[in-house]
Design a protein around this ligand. Structure first.
Ligand code: ZN
Length: 259
């Protein structure tokens, strides 16, 4: 689950490919995809044969397999949301395109005319992000930053029928639905009933017992701590694939399609 994107090559739109194996009136080119139209009275077997013939041709019809100039995974959905959150939270009025760049679901496009502006805004965003404070759920023993705080989710990580849990700048919390637990540092212990029940004990004496308290990232004995530090550009997810896709779009004047 996540967001992918592609920049189609220009070979089909510029007429640089050899003649396809399917008559052109039976083909449709949309969103950078070439496919066989399904409404010309073909039988199912004929349709499959035509699809196969076209797909085989697409692999070698130009230097870019499947007419794709650049294909990349942008990120999983939490990463995509975190990118948008940074763009919104730190926007000083100059991240006009970036704050709404990411789609809410798979689909849509970025016009090549906007791609260079997005690249310019990424340069601005870097100066706005670096040095700002970020919050992490960290392993208190190893210091490993396990998860970054996502304000868009309210810090929520786990939702069960009986409680929800997560962390924010003020600590790990459990809500039921009102807050029943909060602590900056938590000792997590497995309770011996074999049902995956965990106990949280905070450094302030707070205590909560529940199944799936492990936040999906550590269901054994753990020591959790909320930590903070200044952000560096590498903390912002999706930037590298996004940059590759936008540059490709600018380079050949074709849109970026989300999928
Ligand atoms: Zn091509």
């Amino acid at each position: 689950m996540g967001l992918d994107a592609r920049v189609p090559c220009r070979c089909w739109v510029d007429g640089l490919t050899p003649e396809p194996p399917i008559a052109r009136p039976l083909l449709e080119y949309a969103s950078g995809h070439l496919c066989v139209l399904g409404s010309h009275g073909q039988t199912r077997d004929e349709q499959i044969a035509m699809d196969n013939a076209l797909n085989a041709w697409l692999k070698t019809c130009c230097p870019h397999p499947n007419l794709e100039y650049c294909v990349d995974r942008v990120g999983n959905w939490p990463a995509v949301r975190l990118f948008s959150e940074y763009a919104s939270r730190f926007d000083d009025g100059r991240l006009v395109l970036l704050r709404n760049l990411m789609p809410a679901c798979n689909g849509g496009q970025v016009e090549s005319a906007d791609a260079q502006r997005c690249l310019d805004e990424l340069d601005v965003m870097r100066t706005l992000v670096e040095g700002r404070t970020a919050y992490f759920l960290s392993d208190a023993i190893t210091g490993e930053e396990v998860r970054q705080y996502v304000a868009a989710y309210g810090g929520l990580i786990t939702m069960t029928p009986s409680f929800s849990s997560g962390f924010d700048p003020d600590g790990l919390f459990v809500k039921n639905p009102d807050e029943v637990f909060r602590a900056m540092r938590v000792s997590q212990r497995v309770i011996g009933d074999g049902q995956g029940t965990l106990e949280w004990v905070g450094d302030n004496g707070a205590r909560f017992v529940g199944v799936k308290l492990g936040l999906g990232i550590g269901d054994g004995d753990r020591e959790w701590q909320v930590t903070s530090r200044p952000l560096v550009w590498a903390d912002v997810p999706c930037v590298e694939p996004l940059t590759r896709l936008l540059r490709a779009s600018v380079e050949i004047d074709m849109p970026v399609y989300w999928w």
